[in-house]
Design a protein around this ligand. Structure first.
Ligand code: ZN
Length: 410
């Protein structure tokens, strides 16, 4: 990919993605196969005023070896110095950039059970620090074209051509291929904000999903619930974009209020297993029945992960005509694939989807209907004939989606 295009993309991530503040620290998580792009983005962060840019390198083949050879106990430990580092970060609040480039199949073959039990053990220790930092710092997940990832997405092309094609797809979906990426993002953000404002003004109490594939689901919404999309603002008032690309207007639904059945429209890759053609039936908000053409055991295990894993944590609206959907490319990566389709998530909800969330404790937010869980797993339910109808407090029925796309003008 041309260096000038990549520099513009790096600028987009540093300025619009992270919105690095003067004197702030930046932590970049990246794979070892991306030294050139990481240098570009580090320089853009410094230009934006970063005091220090630190890179946490990972190398997926090494992660796989560790997963194979380390005992569950060792894999699951958080050492005192690692905990101390987290504690320090809750005070310094560095901006965090997660650059994704790894091979979607890179960890396949490891003992998933062992790996997920170890992750759970680590989460028990790290979750309070993550909760403490939530909504206080800027973060952004974005992608870089990794070689093995590119081969998976474009199996017919040779390695170099596949990489170039993946770069092109990433940049097009991120609105960073042509024109001025920062201006493109601003226009896109304004549209998302206008759609969210419209939805938030309706005073919706529920969403009703209907599609010819059998989906017939009613999901309750929280009284103080908010639709959000595109950029977010930290508690300190810094505007940033947590996902580039992003196409969704999403909210956290009311825990305990989901009735009916929903059919998946894309395979779900969960902990190395592919779950295909599945349906989940909800009763009183809880997933009470699940079937899958393949991967049913993994699906059931996911739902039983903890108490909150059987409840919904997200309803996201994505038009069938979004650029990612139109690209007809399966990226094998949630950042892209979730933006290709309307989706729901099982597990943890977003506390900042509650109006005035900063004035409430986590316990109060839970009591209002925000679900909590160790997992948050998106699954796709969008079709070209999906209709979504909103029901307002006064009982009025408002078309939100018709034939897979927005039913109202922004
Ligand atoms: Zn989402």
């Amino acid at each position: 990919m041309q260096k000038t295009v990549l520099m513009n993309y790096a600028k987009l991530l540093a300025r619009a993605g992270l919105n690095v503040q003067k004197g702030q620290e930046v932590i970049i998580s990246a794979e070892l196969d991306q030294p050139e792009f990481v240098s570009l983005i580090a320089e853009e962060c410094y230009r934006a005023g970063a005091a220090k840019v630190r890179v946490e390198w990972t190398h997926q083949p090494l992660d796989k070896i560790s997963a194979e050879y380390r005992s569950e106990e060792v894999l699951g430990e958080v050492l005192p110095w690692q905990e101390e580092k987290l504690r320090e970060e809750t005070k310094t609040l560095p901006a965090r950039l997660y650059l994704e480039s790894s091979d979607p199949d890179g960890m396949s073959g490891i003992d998933e059970e062992k790996y997920s039990r170890a992750r759970r053990a680590r989460l028990k220790i790290t979750k309070p620090y993550r909760d403490e930092m939530e909504n206080k710092y800027q973060w952004c997940i974005a992608a870089v074209a990794g070689r093995n990832w590119a081969k998976k997405v474009f199996p017919k092309a040779n390695a170099a051509a596949a990489e170039e094609k993946l770069w092109e797809a990433i940049l097009k979906c991120s609105r960073a291929y042509e024109g001025n990426p920062l201006a493109n993002w601003q226009a896109h953000n304004e549209e998302l904000a206008a759609r969210c404002a419209y939805l938030n003004n309706l005073g919706l109490v529920s969403l009703e999903y209907k599609s010819s594939n059998g989906t017939d689901l009613k999901v309750g919404l929280m009284e103080r619930g908010l639709f959000m999309g595109g950029g977010e603002t930290t508690l300190a008032g810094v505007y940033f974009n947590p996902n580039i690309p992003s196409e969704e207007c999403f909210t956290t639904p009311m825990r305990g209020q989901a009735e009916g059945i929903v059919y998946s429209t894309k395979p779900l890759s969960y902990q190395g297993k592919l779950i295909r053609n599945f349906s989940i039936r909800f009763e009183g908000g809880r997933a009470v029945e699940a079937h899958a053409a393949s991967g049913e055991a993994a699906l059931k295990k996911m739902i039983a992960m903890d108490e909150g894993a059987a409840y919904l944590g997200e309803c996201a609206l994505v038009p069938y005509d979004s650029p990612i959907s139109r690209s007809k490319t399966l990226f094998y990566n949630t950042l892209f694939d979730e933006n290709a389709s309307c989706h729901l998530a099982l597990g943890r909800g977003f506390t900042n989807c509650v109006r005035g969330y900063e004035n409430y404790s986590d316990e109060q937010l839970k009591a209002m209907g925000v679900n909590d869980s160790m997992i948050h797993v998106d699954f796709m339910i969008g079709t070209d004939d999906l209709n979504i109808t909103g029901v307002t407090r006064s009982g009025e029925r408002v078309p939100i989606f018709r034939e897979g796309n927005w039913a109202f003008k922004a």
